[in-house]
Design a protein around this ligand. Structure first.
Ligand SMILES: Nc1ncnc2c1ncn2[C@@H]1O[C@H](COP(=O)(O)OP(=O)(O)O)[C@@H](O)[C@H]1O
Ligand SMILES: [Mg+2]
Length: 448
């Protein structure tokens, strides 16, 4: 440990920049003036500092004095600087400068991130919504993928190492602390950590990392899954009184289900479970595959399903006298013919009355598939109209309207789809006007 130097050196811009292990406010480190300590880590202190002339803020990470001669720690610290300098990404903290104190201790000046780590954010505000969690995963996933492409593993991904920075709308996240990141070395060459040495934090460590076995991108994906679980539930998947207890669960306990704590769609549950698989080969192979699956798992909630509707209205002309029994039979026959045609095509009936019916059908997702389904709808409407007119007499008129719109479809008591809401049920908006004996397309253009 360095001795305690005279306090009167502690003036901004002082020649001597060192005041023992911990730096005092006013200490000068390179061109940075220390303002105060914000974090005491195991191997390094983190200070807020500002530039001596521009006053722009920075986060200053300085190695603790007791590690100054521990070569492995020193190398790792320098490697963090190199790694960060090589990884430029909007969601990775930016390195501004690297240097050494007079006693040889390395320091790293990084952009100052005006926010707080995810674990503190969670403590104040509780779990993230699924949409917010997706944003975090998209941003962090992009950062991690870049690192992986460059052969760098983070190896200590966890809530404490991700900063949330509020924005005018929403927030952005940045990955910090590449302190134990490792550049993947070809087989046979030794990495920076000695064989079997365990680095990382048990809260989010994959089984192979706990065992000191080979690690790869899937090790970071395990940690990403732990973080996703934590974002959605506000809790860690495995908790315990000691590191050993937590490690034991990461090694052997089945991953908990989100559904035990929050409401989660099965697809989302499956995505998280696959991140937390014990064996790397059972996990998502890489970040993009994971993100695709996550997006898809969360997509249905975001998009409204569409349905097409056909409304058949059989009326007597306004001038018509009191309808005869024959006229009434002709009306029923026309409606029955239309109903049979629609029923045979697999359409369901939302409304059925004495002189009208509303048939509907769910439309597929995707522009092309939907356009095809709408063309089929038009053809079916023409067919229903022809059948109805053929079955009717000249005493009745058949009005036929077709429309497509976002709709609420829910299962009925027997589990069959039921048109529960949406524009198709508001007939007064679309089944009006038009000419008898033709199909009136009420939907305007094709839905998106
Ligand atoms: N650039 C930064 N700006 C502001 N705060 C930061 C910055 N980098 C890290 N921190 C805060 O300091 C803490 C420790 O930083 P970190 O690099 O993770 O050090 P350690 O290796 O000690 O874990 C982080 O959890 C975060 O709260
Ligand atoms: Mg950290």
């Amino acid at each position: 440990m360095a001795g305690t130097p005279p306090r009167d050196d502690a003036a901004p811009g002082a020649e001597v920049s060192l005041y023992g292990d911990e730096l005092e406010p006013g200490a000068l480190v390179g061109t940075w003036v220390v303002e105060g300590r914000v974090h005491a880590g195991v191997t390094a202190w983190l200070y807020r500092a500002s530039h001596i002339s521009t006053r722009s803020p920075a986060a200053l990470k300085v190695l603790r004095a007791e590690y100054n001669h521990v070569s492995e720690v020193l190398r790792r610290f320098k490697q963090e600087a190199d790694t960060l300098q090589a990884l430029r990404h909007p969601n990775i903290v930016e390195v501004l400068e690297y240097g050494e104190l007079r006693d040889g201790r390395p320091w790293l000046a990084m952009e100052w991130l005006p926010g707080e780590s995810i674990d503190r954010w969670l403590a104040h505000r509780g779990p993230f919504s699924t949409a917010e969690a997706l944003t975090v995963m998209e941003e962090l996933g992009g950062a991690l993928h870049l690192a992986h492409l460059q052969g760098v593993l983070h190896r200590d991904l966890k809530a404490q190492n991700v900063m949330v920075i509020p924005r005018a709308e929403g927030f952005t996240v940045k990955l910090v602390d590449f302190g134990i990141a490792r550049v993947q070395v070809p087989e046979g060459l030794s990495g920076l950590t000695s064989a079997g040495a365990v680095l990382g934090t048990p809260v989010a460590m994959a089984p192979e990392q706990i065992r000191g076995q080979a690690v790869d991108a899937r090790t970071d994906l395990y940690a990403l899954g732990v973080l996703l679980y934590q974002l959605l539930t506000g809790r860690l998947p495995f908790e315990g009184a000691s590191a050993v207890e937590v490690e034991e669960q990461h090694l052997h306990a089945p991953p908990p289900r989100l559904g035990e704590r929050v409401h989660a769609p099965p697809a989302l549950e499956a995505v998280v479970q696959r991140c937390l698989a014990k064996r790397p080969e059972e996990r998502w192979p890489d970040v993009p595959t994971f993100l695709d699956a996550l997006r898809e798992a969360l997509a249905p909630a975001a998009s409204t399903p569409w349905a097409a509707g056909i409304y058949v209205d059989v009326r007597f002309p306004e001038s018509h006298e009191e309808p005869s029994d024959e006229d009434l039979d002709a009306r029923d026959a026309a409606l029955d013919a239309a109903r049979d045609t629609l029923d045979a095509a697999g359409w369901r009936f939302a409304l059925e009355g004495g002189n009208a019916l509303l048939a509907w059908h769910a439309l597929p997702e995707g522009h092309e598939a939907r356009a095809h389904a709408l063309a089929d709808t038009r053809a079916l409407a023409e067919q229903a109209l022809t059948q109805a007119r053929d079955a009717a007499s000249s005493a009745v008129q058949v009005w036929l309207y077709a429309h497509a719109a976002p709709s609420e479809v829910t299962p009925d008591a027997r589990g069959r789809p039921r048109l529960a809401g949406g524009e198709l049920l508001r007939l007064e908006r679309w089944a009006t006007g038009g000419t008898p004996g033709t199909v009136t397309w009420a939907g305007g253009g094709l839905p998106g």
